[in-house]
Design a protein around this ligand. Structure first.
Ligand SMILES: Nc1ncnc2c1ncn2[C@@H]1O[C@H](COP(=O)(O)OP(=O)(O)OP(=O)(O)O)[C@@H](O)[C@H]1O
Ligand code: NI
Length: 360
């Protein structure tokens, strides 16, 4: 989470219409044109330049699409590059980072290549308006000197048509309620909030604009199970009307509850991209790392993956998981190309039960 830089939480004036998102994808209808992906990411790579000419490979060659109305959940161990990926999409990387590849955002406002867009455009019309963000460190994202109510009212005023008076007050309170932020705490300043309340305030702010794409970076941190479920269900509602959601989480139960598809990151790469139904059900995950992640859950085998992820400043030339993988062979000294959404030389075959399959 070192990559998080706090975006200006108050978007510039000059509000764009925010209700006019594309209708949800209509691809089931024969003859209907398929909606373009809300977000199309290709070859997204982020390198941090370090003293002494070293480089940290935080994100490497990420490829994925996110359809209108879809929720893609990005999972992976701490430090694997999830937040850096989100920061790259928003133009919020620190100065020593270099991002390459493309990320095309398409919504009712048009199509914008996020990595090529100038900072002025990102600040004026993308962040907060076309892409909402629930940041990983919500306390840092809130303006310290202003109450939650005043921040919410400002956001509602700038991102929706509601301008003033009782209407604005009610709209801000509705936004708070969507994130289960108690009305009685709206007049508090950020420093008077617990971690969980700051999280809900940040979620309320991000939901208020109904952005066509929402990035939620660990939106359920610090919440107890009931609130996790409520928050996740509210985020799911955000995807109605064709809005898309990219959620980052460690919480696989939350991921299972909300995801249409799951992307698993390991050492900066997406090693598996799968439909959630198949991933959490049958046939289960196919990458040995991902199988290990699920097996580590208390409800499952509860056995952690042995070893540690590699240093992103010193990655092996081949598969970064090989050193921890019980299926590794000499082939793993070369980099596995993704096939059917799995970047592994010997994935668990889809037709076999994950814990019984064993092929090399
Ligand atoms: N400013 C920076 N300079 C150098 N390296 C950085 C910087 N910011 C992040 N990194 C590197 O990028 C890696 C990925 O960080 P990131 O914050 O994306 O991890 P994450 O997957 O979001 O982890 P977590 O789940 O803990 O939030 C880190 O391991 C760190 O080595
Ligand atoms: Ni993070």
């Amino acid at each position: 989470m070192t990559a998080h830089r706090t975006p200006d939480p108050s978007p510039a004036p000059n509000p764009a219409p925010t209700t006019g998102t594309h209708p949800a994808g209509t691809d089931e209808e024969p003859g209907a044109a398929t909606a373009p992906p809300r977000l199309a990411v290709r070859g997204l790579t982020v390198r941090f330049r370090m003293p002494g000419g070293r480089s940290v490979a935080a994100v490497t060659d990420a490829d994925f699409d996110l359809a209108p109305g879809e929720c893609l959940v990005l999972v992976g161990e701490s430090g694997c590059g999830k937040s850096v990926l989100a920061s790259a999409l928003l133009g919020l990387l620190p100065g020593n980072a270099e991002a390459t590849g493309t990320a095309l955002l398409t919504d009712a406002h048009g199509a914008t290549e996020l990595l090529a867009a100038p900072e002025t455009e990102l600040a004026r019309s993308v962040r907060g308006r076309r892409i909402g963000l629930i940041p990983q460190s919500p306390a840092a994202h809130l303006t310290p000197v202003r109450t939650v109510r005043s921040q919410l009212e400002e956001t509602v005023r700038e991102l929706t048509g509601v301008r003033r008076g009782a209407g604005l007050r009610a709209a801000a309170e509705r936004a708070a309620a969507r994130a289960a932020f108690p009305t009685g705490h709206l007049d508090r300043h950020p420093h008077q909030l617990s971690g969980g309340l700051a999280q809900r305030a940040a979620t309320a702010l991000a939901l208020a604009g109904d952005a066509p794409l929402l990035l939620a970076d660990e939106p359920t941190t610090g919440l107890d199970r009931d609130l996790v479920d409520r928050t996740v269900d509210e985020l799911r509602r955000h995807t109605e009307a064709g809005r898309a959601l990219l959620m980052i989480t460690h919480d696989l139960a939350a991921a299972e509850r909300i995801a249409d598809r799951v992307a698993v990151m390991y050492a900066g790469r997406i090693v598996e991209l799968a439909e959630a139904r198949r991933f959490f059900g049958t046939p289960g995950p196919r990458h040995p790392y991902t199988r290990g992640l699920l097996d580590a859950l208390p409800g499952r085998a509860f056995t952690p993956i042995p070893g540690m992820p590699p240093e992103l400043g010193d990655l092996p030339a081949g598969c970064a998981f090989a050193a921890r993988c019980d299926r590794a062979t000499t082939t793993c000294a070369t980099l596995p190309a993704p096939r059917d959404g799995v970047a592994c030389h010997h994935p668990v075959p889809p037709e076999r039960e994950p814990d019984r399959a064993r092929t090399a």
